[in-house]
Design a binder for this molecule. Structure first.
Ligand code: GLU
Length: 461
């Protein structure tokens, strides 16, 4: 039981989601001492909170809150992204940091878990304002991170541009060129495939779900894929789906959803690239939706998410925008539209109600649609996995080819799927004809790896 907690709804949601799958498995029967590990792992090793003062283009003083949650370092340096978004607070960053611990464990690489960011809103800011904010943010953060201590990266609102500004400031103050951030530019230490990694990784993971479910008979070819979001994860997931012969039938941003008119067709790679270009300028999809090329082919629905606004069949859903972007009712609507595979590109994309709906449909009896649901901490692990590969390249002072990084990413996603599946079979005994739970299997696999390392370190006994 967690005690004396301040009001942290997102963190409590992430904790309960993990704890309930452990409780409903045979893990604590087989290893009752692991209950203690759960208590210990749910408290961050350290939380850093700081003031960020910066100057806007009018010369006015602006103040934001900066954070870094150094959650767990059992498996390696703290590792996880920085999020710049007005909704950022300690509850959001604790939920993200908590998820990150187990996600990073599932990659098989030596990375602990952390997360950070600020309530700074990049939207509506000029490039100069963003640069000044990043410099000020890193002026404090640089005291607490380092290549062997804590290695941040991007998340919502933090792209290669922001990583560049922060890296430059770290280097100036610490007088060290080191792999202290990942997602760096290709010419100064970044890994090839890192920008693509989260989106590609989700699609590689889902390929294994589809192949396993169909006994190797089906693939992405011919599948209708609903995607939410239009940032880095959604863009590269969409491009990979198109490359593999699937159709991308929706995208969205915080202001609305863009879905195909009618039941045929797909976004093209060119259309995805056009959306990527406006996102670099921090603009909304709404600005594109009125242009003739888009308005003739797509329907824009302001203020909506895609899930209930798509005409025709949905085979695969990839929530890739932000947390809690699929409600229980939307989960039911996805299943009613024929969706059999749901995998989160976002962190905690599904509400607990949505997870309960998906998990209640693992029944594979004839006549019932059997649903495969993969949580973000397994399905979107490709991003941080290639961050781990970037750290390895920086330490060895080498640069691997695209092919090398891509093949390692594919193998990590395959292992992540197989590990979740095998662990579910070992610790959860479903009724006859019910599919193994990837959410339970992934949670148990990630948790046991971290718990065992912590025990060997004397963190609990
Ligand atoms: N923000 C990403 C995630 O949620 C990437 C973190 C990283 O590369 O450190 O996993």
């Amino acid at each position: 039981m967690m005690q004396n907690l301040p009001f942290e709804p997102e963190f409590e949601q992430a904790y309960k989601e993990l704890a309930s799958t452990l409780e409903n498995s045979t893990l604590f029967q087989k290893k009752p001492e692991f209950r203690k590990a759960l208590q210990v792992v749910s408290v961050p090793e350290r939380v850093i909170q700081f003031r960020v003062v910066w100057e806007d283009d009018k010369g006015q003083v602006q103040i934001n809150r900066g954070y870094r949650v150094q959650f767990n370092s059992a498996l390696g340096p703290y590792k996880g992204g920085l999020r710049f978004h007005p909704t950022v607070n300690l509850s959001i960053l604790k939920f993200l940091g908590f998820e990150q611990i187990f996600k990073n464990a599932l990659t098989g690489l030596n990375m602990g878990g952390g997360k950070g960011g600020s309530d700074f809103d990049p939207k509506g800011k000029t490039d100069n304002e963003i640069r000044r904010f990043c410099v000020s943010f890193m002026t404090e953060l640089c005291k607490h991170i380092g290549a062997d201590t804590d290695v941040p990266a991007g998340d919502i609102g933090v792209t290669g541009r922001e990583v560049g500004f922060m890296f430059g400031q770290y280097k100036k103050i610490r007088n060290q060129w080191e792999g202290v951030l990942t997602g760096k530019g290709g010419s100064w230490g970044g890994s090839l495939i890192r920008p693509e990694a989260t989106g590609y990784g989700v699609v590689y993971y889902v390929e294994h779900m589809i192949q396993h479910a169909s006994g190797g008979k089906e693939s992405f070819a011919g599948k209708r894929v609903a995607i939410s979001g239009s940032g880095n994860v959604a863009q590269y997931a969409a491009l990979k789906v198109i490359e593999l012969g699937g159709s991308v039938i929706s995208l969205s941003d915080s202001q609305g959803a863009l879905v195909l008119n009618g039941e045929e067709g797909s976004f093209t790679a060119e259309e995805i690239n056009t959306i990527a270009e406006i996102k670099v300028q921090r603009k909304q999809i709404a600005e594109l939706a009125t242009q003739a090329a888009f308005s003739s082919k797509f329907k824009y629905i302001p203020g909506a998410r895609p899930w209930t606004n798509i005409a025709g069949r949905i085979d695969v859903a990839l929530p890739s925008a932000t947390q809690n972007e699929v409600s229980g009712d939307e989960a039911k609507a996805l299943i009613a539209a024929g969706c059999k595979f749901i995998a989160e590109g976002s962190n905690m994309g599904s509400t607990q109600e949505a997870i309960d709906v998906f998990e209640a449909h693992r029944d594979a009896n004839p006549g019932a649609a059997a649903i495969w649901y993969a949580p973000g901490k397994a399905a979107n692990a490709g991003g941080v996995a290639v961050s781990g590969l970037e750290m390895a390249q920086n330490s060895a002072r080498v640069n691997w080819s695209r092919e090398e990084v891509d093949s390692r990413l594919k193998k990590i996603m395959e292992d992540c799927f197989n590990n979740g599946l095998a662990t579910a079979k070992e610790y959860v005994t479903p009724a006859e004809g019910v599919l193994p739970s990837l959410v339970a299997g992934s949670n148990i696999a990630g948790f046991t790896k971290v718990a065992e390392a912590m025990k060997e370190h004397g963190d609990w006994w």
